[in-house]
Design a protein around this ligand. Structure first.
Ligand code: ZN
Length: 195
């Protein structure tokens, strides 16, 4: 079966969450030195059986990602993200970012330059790149569309315009099979810019 860096990246994130489903809060803290409080919190929720519906959803999303093998990882199912506390303000952005595999350079750029999304700077970079389009994991903001680290982690990729259809199909399928109640994130798992 063909694989992709986006598939590998998603599968890695899914493995982290699965590992927390069987770890004690203390073990979780030790296993995730970059996000100790966040990891401990997730393990505690699993322990209290408050995340019982997360693992089957994660498995479904993983199957979908494997079928489409995207060049970048789609965002985690918004229901799962909400349940494990990714959108809550109780954790430091760096703890969450490290857990999601975001590079330090990108997190710094997000925090220090207050970038809220793909912006004019990214689009200007695309214009100078000689490429026509790029895609990122929704919710992830690269320090630059040339960031090697983000590319290596399956969070960012230049794409050909004809690859966009595959990404949209993955989004549609995920939204259909994993319904949730976040209107603003419906069918939105990638960020794509096309010149
Ligand atoms: Zn970066």
């Amino acid at each position: 079966m063909p694989s992709s860096i986006g598939t590998l990246s998603f599968s890695e994130l899914a493995s982290k969450i699965k590992a927390l489903s069987v770890a004690s809060p203390e073990e979780a803290e030790a296993q995730f030195p970059g996000s100790p409080n966040f990891a401990k919190y997730i393990a505690q929720l699993f322990l209290e059986d408050r995340l019982f519906d997360i693992l089957p959803r994660l498995e479904t999303q993983l199957q979908i990602v494997r079928r489409f093998f995207p060049p970048v990882r789609p965002a985690l199912d918004p229901y799962t993200s909400t349940q494990i506390g990714i959108f809550s303000k109780r954790f430091d952005d760096y703890e969450i970012g490290r857990f999601l595999g975001y590079p330090e350079c990108c997190m710094r750029s997000f925090a220090e330059n207050v970038r809220y999304g793909i912006d004019e700077g990214h689009v200007q970079e695309l214009k100078g790149s000689g490429m026509k389009a790029f895609a990122t994991t929704a919710g992830f903001i690269p320090c630059s569309i040339f960031c090697r680290e983000a590319q290596n982690r399956g969070l960012l990729s230049f794409i050909e315009p004809n690859e966009i259809g595959n990404l949209r199909a993955l989004e549609k399928e995920t939204a259909m099979r994993l319904p949730h109640f976040h209107p603003e994130y419906r069918e939105h798992y990638f960020e794509v810019r096309l010149l």
